[in-house]
Write a protein that binds this ligand. Sequence first.
Ligand code: 5GP
Ligand code: ZN
Length: 113
Amino acid sequence: MECLFCKMIEREIEPDVVFEDEHVLAFNDINPQAPTHVLIIPKKHISTLNDIGSDDLTLVGRLQHTAAQLAKKFGFAEDGYRIVMNCNDHGGQSVYHIHMHLMGGRRFSWPAG
Ligand code: 5GP
Ligand code: ZN
């Protein structure tokens, strides 16, 4: 298996898990860009946002719901937070298994660079 995040799901590599259920895994990013920086991934391998199929819509909703639940758990839901999903080269995607970045604990600027 070549995919880094699939290896984490299979525990060939041990992630720093903050949430896990049947469909979703969330773990701390190794190179955090905020006081809290969590990656939320589906357990199903989907390479890019372009590869989300009509059968995956509930799964994508689970990622978003997990992000909001974790924001509440970490205590920054009311202050606010930033969600990012990068797609392909111009989007800055470096791991080709879709993931939602949940970042909180500081203020973010907009527009982003
Ligand atoms: P992307 O650039 O694809 O949107 O985000 C990939 C993210 O994965 C980056 O924020 C990067 O820091 C994170 N990452 C890369 N390798 C590892 C790793 O081995 N462990 C963890 N926890 N995060 C990783
Ligand atoms: Zn994968």
